[in-house]
Design a protein around this ligand. Structure first.
Ligand SMILES: [Zn+2]
Ligand SMILES: [Zn+2]
Length: 249
């Protein structure tokens, strides 16, 4: 499975997942023309995109959803998200735990299974994407990682994981108290330490690829996020580049 993070962070998120046959996008959080540009630059032909999956209705995840209309690409999201996007009539509703299967009888099949996440949006989702040669879990904004989420993501070969902030940097930073509370809430964003704990429950050391995303530019540093994850995995006897790989975006 090929996974590429085309953009991430509060200025816009867009990830592509492909099994070489079916290519899907998770989130299109940049203006339409910008999405087009980055995909073309990254060698992805917009006319070949099978579907777009939106995690939730916040701007940094859906700003460029008009890109779907230009190329007549179907948009999949929860009912709550489609309602918030005013797309109930054209979008395709997906639900927690209900797999959508594409090319089921081909070796190039793909199953996409949505799972509920904990974020202050109408009905936010993460997606577990299973192909013949691996499973990719994409978990964008979430305040906590629940046991149900761990179950949905278990046995992935690739984890695209929110790693939003360092708690000390956030607490001592310039954000106002209300915003700090919002980010730290169970429906807010995931801290480095919380992401690290969740990954320590998921990573078995079979060469999994970890892609840390949605880093706050004010309240995090790539080195801090990577260190938190490495520390947690080391407690399980797992080393980067031996048992797993780690990339920070
Ligand atoms: Zn959000
Ligand atoms: Zn976001």
């Amino acid at each position: 499975m090929q996974v590429r993070v085309h953009a991430t962070g509060s200025t816009g998120n867009c990830v592509s997942i492909s099994n070489g046959h079916i290519t899907i996008l998770v989130d299109v959080g940049l203006p339409k023309t910008k999405i087009e540009k980055i995909l073309l630059e990254d060698g992805i032909d917009p006319t070949k995109i099978h579907s777009i999956w939106i995690t939730h209705e916040h701007e940094d995840h859906c700003k460029g959803v008009a890109f779907a209309d230009k190329y007549k690409i179907p948009v999949y999201a929860s009912e709550g998200t489609l309602k918030a996007l005013n797309r109930l009539d054209t979008g395709r509703i997906v639900k927690d735990g209900k797999s959508q299967c594409f090319d089921a009888f081909s070796p190039k099949h793909l199953f996409v299974t949505p799972f509920n996440v904990s974020h202050d949006a109408f009905e936010p989702l993460g997606f577990a994407i299973q192909g013949a040669d691996g499973k990719v879990s994409v978990m964008m904004d979430t305040g906590i990682v629940t046991p149900d989420m761990l179950r949905a993501m278990a046995n992935s070969t690739v984890y695209v994981f929110e790693c939003n902030h360092d708690e000390d940097m956030l607490m001592n930073g310039e954000y106002n108290e209300a915003l700090k509370r919002r980010i730290l809430a169970t429906t807010g964003h995931l801290s480095n330490d919380a992401a690290a704990v969740a990954l320590s429950r998921l990573i078995k050391g079979t060469g999994e690829r970890i892609m840390l995303t949605h880093m706050s530019s004010s309240n995090n540093m790539p080195g801090l996020a990577a260190a938190a994850v490495k520390r947690a995995l080391k407690k399980n006897g797992l080393k980067a580049n031996v048992h797993y790989t780690l990339e920070v975006f």
